[in-house]
Design a protein around this ligand. Structure first.
Ligand SMILES: [Mg+2]
Length: 242
């Protein structure tokens, strides 16, 4: 997805997270978690189901990666364990269908995102850096209607200092001149600051438990917070070298 306009090559690169920064994501997972609580009702109360599912996800993230497929496998694993193997096959089929619904869900852009990207794209080359399933994430970019606004799109298995450093190197971006924007302090802010870049936090309404940052690291890092993506341009203008 390289931008063909050579005059833009001098513009600084701005990194953008996608899920819950550009469009709604976690809310759809929460809906499915509600259905899963109902499905598990014969064997466990809601709090027990939530805790068991989260523990399964946490234990398997290195095997499953982030995204819908891992979520579905974790629900199936949790259903079998909590029911002691008694959950019916058709219920497992329901869980798989919920996963398909998540993957096929229409993209709901967050308020003001299109206008904000138009502003940011006038002064920056926009590099989307997201994590999760490659097909799922690239499909969301395509369905978002925003693809033309992005310089490039990068899907990482994990967002940490090493993966950011490698991604920026692949795109020829100096970390010291790089700014990342996203809703997760753990994934979008701290690792970028850790490699010498800067980051702007744009919080979303909910934060997945596995995206909670180390509180000590979060408290010691300095980064601005924007209420909305539309406020990011103003913050960047206050950073002359960005
Ligand atoms: Mg996000």
């Amino acid at each position: 997805m390289a931008n063909p306009d050579p005059t833009r090559d001098d513009l600084p690169v701005l990194g953008l997270d996608a899920d819950d920064t550009l469009w709604e994501n976690e809310a759809w997972f929460h809906k499915v978690e509600g259905r899963f609580r109902d499905l598990m009702e014969p064997w466990a109360d809601g709090a027990t189901t939530d805790a068991a599912l989260l523990a399964t996800e946490r234990a398997n993230i290195s095997r499953h990666g982030y995204g819908v497929k891992g979520f579905v496998l974790s629900m199936i694993t949790t259903a079998v364990e909590l029911s002691d193997g008694r959950v019916e096959g058709r219920r497992i089929g329901d869980i798989v269908i919920w996963g398909h619904e998540l993957i096929d869900h229409p993209i709901q852009l967050l308020d003001g995102v299109t206008d904000a990207l138009d502003h940011l794209g006038a002064t920056h080359r926009l590099l989307v850096i997201t994590k999760g399933d490659l097909n799922d994430q690239m499909g969301k970019v395509a369905r978002s209607g925003l693809a033309d606004r992005f310089w490039r799109v990068e899907v990482l298995a994990e967002k940490n200092e090493a993966s950011y450093a490698a991604a920026l190197d692949r795109h020829g971006v100096d970390p010291l001149a790089f700014v990342m924007v996203g809703n997760s302090v753990k994934s979008d802010v701290l690792p970028v600051i850790g490699i010498g870049g800067r980051a702007i936090h744009v919080p979303h309404t909910t934060t997945w438990a596995l995206e909670e940052p180390d509180p000590v690291a979060a408290a010691s890092a300095e980064f601005p917070v924007a209420d909305r993506l539309a406020d990011v341009a103003g913050l960047l203008a206050a950073w002359p070298t960005a």
